[in-house]
Design a protein around this ligand. Structure first.
Ligand code: IVH
Length: 661
């Protein structure tokens, strides 16, 4: 085992590096959550001395802050906040009712500004918290920061420099036109702008600033934080205007939910909320850690959303023939990864959200699922945006599309559509399926193009094409060897995995496990009636019908026969099943959702539940373990509350359950 000192040094180095990138290079190398974990670990092992970067290669003059610029400790759920409030309560008079101020947490860069006798004399970035960079010239070039205060007083005020969202779009557009690199997000743009040597550039870009903290507020005869915000405003320094006095956990929770949605209407990015103890005289009593006040806490919003531009829509044809719109985006960083495509679910959603090509859109990641377009920002439309039209023919094979579910689903009915065949093959060879390695989408495409495979069963005949394979560009002897080996090995794949790989609609990993357990062999399964299937625990009408229909299709029977002939096994070894089912996080748990959901369509949430081993129920009963409630949940919620044993979770909580698996 590593000794503690070594671990401390390692953590310090890592944190130093991440800070350097974050504060100096404007790049996040890890997510906030991961960063906080490292910091916490270090704090437990040794006191942390520094906040922010070490300013090794700054081009500005270094200036020591009159008082350190502290950071805030982060929280991610209401119970963290409750714990924070309990700690604060314990360190002051136990009977005293405490007020808190709830503000938005601006996602920009912090700045400290000093006025002497009413004149702005200095602007300093946070730097490492102790020493920052003197960016006075640039601060003077920000129009919304007054050069002179209304009164001739001296003070130091702290706040955040942000890039207004409405200006951000314009800036990136201009940069792209000039062939310059675009900014990944408004925070980076603000940071990059403020660190310009030429303050003319700062003036042109129209940065903005909001203030939230007055240093030594008590010197100005102020008693509360709220009063100090009002004082700041009275001097015509800009605040967000969002500062709510609250004292109950319930109310705070309610407001968190409110701001999680409402923040999207603001012209600056926010990454959370800040809760501050209102009464200034209590701040010292409650105290400070080396890096943050104990009288304040930040609440970080969950699925981080960022805005980017919708460049185009691609209509993608899946393995079932379903045609779905995919948003092609200007590349952007979202929770630690680069994103340039996002899901739009279906045409109805495009209409409902009124999304147009050219729009600035919010995207977010829901659980571990692909990013999705949340909404468009109509306020920043230029008039150039184009409405999205619904396709009438398959974008791949040109066949007339069929509509299912009213407008909602479009389907390519051509069984020979290359996209459908490709999707089917990719699903078949995927890790959860036959797990054939070396079979990426490019290779599949090539094999299809050359006519080596027309159906999944043909994969097992590839070995007869060895000479042809060797002629394919870029496919070396070794890779061919590997692919063929992996194909041979897949013949031993367990029955549940084989069943899964067939891709019957609505049959994910978990259901494939159940189906294999009850049937033990595919000949039995193929002869089961809908009624017999319905008798199985965990199988509902949708799945029963889907399985039954699958075996009614002669093409499917032919495929199975071919696979069998080629050596694939379709029967069970007992030990295999339990392994498949029980290793999943929701194994044995039942779910139902009610109300309007934000991150999922109805089919998607069902799929997520099943993929994780859970079972969907169709009604509230004692058998139900979890009820997921969306907006406007009605009678089901009431019934579940009456039963009393059912865990009621919000959509957000459900998302964290998946994440926490
Ligand atoms: S108060 C001693 N209030 O978040 C109190 N900070 O993660 C220090 N921030 O360094 C900060 N909005 O740059 C405060 N309403 C707000 C804020 C806010 C954004 C930033 C600030 C701080 C960082 C901590």
């Amino acid at each position: 085992m590593k000794n503690i000192q070594e671990r401390i040094n390692e953590l310090r180095k890592q944190i130093e590096r991440y800070n350097y990138y974050y504060y100096v290079k404007n790049e996040s190398l890890i997510s906030d959550v991961e960063f906080d974990k490292l910091l916490k670990e270090l704090e437990e092992l040794a006191p942390v001395e520094k906040v922010g970067s070490s300013l090794k290669d700054t081009k500005f003059k270094k200036v020591r802050h009159s008082k350190p610029m502290l950071s805030l400790s982060n929280s991610y759920n209401i119970s963290d906040i409750k714990a924070f409030m309990d700690r604060v309560q314990k360190s002051v008079d136990k009977e005293k009712e405490l007020d808190y101020v709830l503000e938005v947490k601006l996602d920009g860069l912090s700045i400290s500004i000093i006025y002497e006798d009413g004149k702005l004399v200095r602007g300093i970035t946070r730097g490492d918290g102790e020493v920052g960079e003197d960016v006075t010239e640039n601060i003077l070039a920000i129009a919304s920061i007054p050069k002179y205060l209304k009164e001739n007083i001296s003070l130091e005020v702290r706040g955040e420099i942000v890039f207004p969202l409405s200006k951000f779009e314009k800036l990136n557009k201009e940069r792209a036109e000039k062939g310059e690199e675009i900014f990944a997000n408004p925070r980076n743009a603000a940071s990059g702008t403020l660190r310009q040597i030429d303050s003319e550039i700062v003036r042109e870009r129209e940065l903005d600033a909001y203030f939230y903290f007055l240093v030594d507020a008590e010197k100005y005869d102020l008693k509360t934080h709220k009063q100090s915000l009002e004082f700041i405003e009275s001097l015509e320094l800009k605040t967000t205007g969002i500062s709510e006095i609250l004292n109950e956990e319930k109310k705070i929770e309610e407001r968190i939910k409110y701001w999680e949605v409402e923040r999207e209407k603001l012209d600056y990015e926010t990454d959370g909320l800040v809760l501050k103890l209102n009464e200034l005289s209590l701040w010292n009593e409650v105290g400070y850690t080396t890096k943050s006040p104990r009288w304040a806490i930040a609440y970080k919003f969950p699925a981080k959303q960022v805005t980017t531009k919708l460049l185009d829509i691609t209509w993608q044809v899946g393995r079932t023939g379903k045609v779905t719109p995919v948003a092609e985006l200007e590349e952007v960083e979202l929770s630690g990864s680069r994103v340039k495509r996002a899901s739009l679910h279906n045409y109805e959603e495009i209409l409902r959200k009124d999304i147009r090509v050219g729009d600035r859109v919010f995207i977010e990641k829901a659980a571990e699922i692909i990013p999705q377009v949340v909404k468009s920002v109509k306020e920043v439309r230029t008039g150039e945006e184009k409405e999205i039209t619904i396709p009438t023919v398959c974008p791949i094979c040109g066949t007339h599309l069929e509509k299912e579910n009213g407008l909602v689903d479009l389907k390519c009915p051509n069984k020979e559509c290359p996209a459908i065949i490709q999707g089917t093959i990719e699903y078949f060879v995927s890790r959860d399926g036959m797990n054939i390695s070396g079979f990426g989408s490019k290779i599949v495409e090539k094999f299809l193009e050359l006519g080596f495979i027309k159906d999944v069963a043909d994969i097992y005949n590839l070995k007869n094409h060895r000479e042809d394979l060797e002629k394919i560009d870029k496919l070396g002897q070794k890779s061919i060897e590997k692919i063929l080996e992996s194909i041979e090995k897949s013949k031993e794949r367990e029955y549940p995995k084989v069943l899964y790989s067939l891709g019957m609609p609505h049959v994910g990993k978990f259901l494939a496990g159940i189906l294999s357990k009850i049937s033990k062999n595919i000949d039995v399964l193929s002869k089961m009636s809908v009624e017999e299937l319905l008798e199985v625990d965990g199988i509902g009408e949708k799945v029963a019908n889907s399985v039954y229909q699958y075996f009614k299709n002669p093409d499917n029977i032919e495929r199975i026969e071919k696979l069998k002939h080629n050596g694939v096994k379709f029967s069970l070894k007992e030990a295999e099943v339990n392994e498949t089912i029980e290793s999943l996080p929701f194994a044995g748990k039942t779910f139902l959702f009610t109300g309007k959901l934000e991150s999922f369509t109805r089919d998607e949430i069902k799929e997520v539940i099943e993929k994780n081993g859970g079972t969907n129920l169709s009604g509230v009963s004692k058998k139900l373990d979890y009820l997921i409630v969306g907006e406007d949940a009605g009678s089901k919620l009431k019934k579940a509350q009456e039963i009393g044993t059912i865990k009621i979770v919000t959509e957000k909580e459900f998302l964290s359950m998946i994440k926490g698996k």
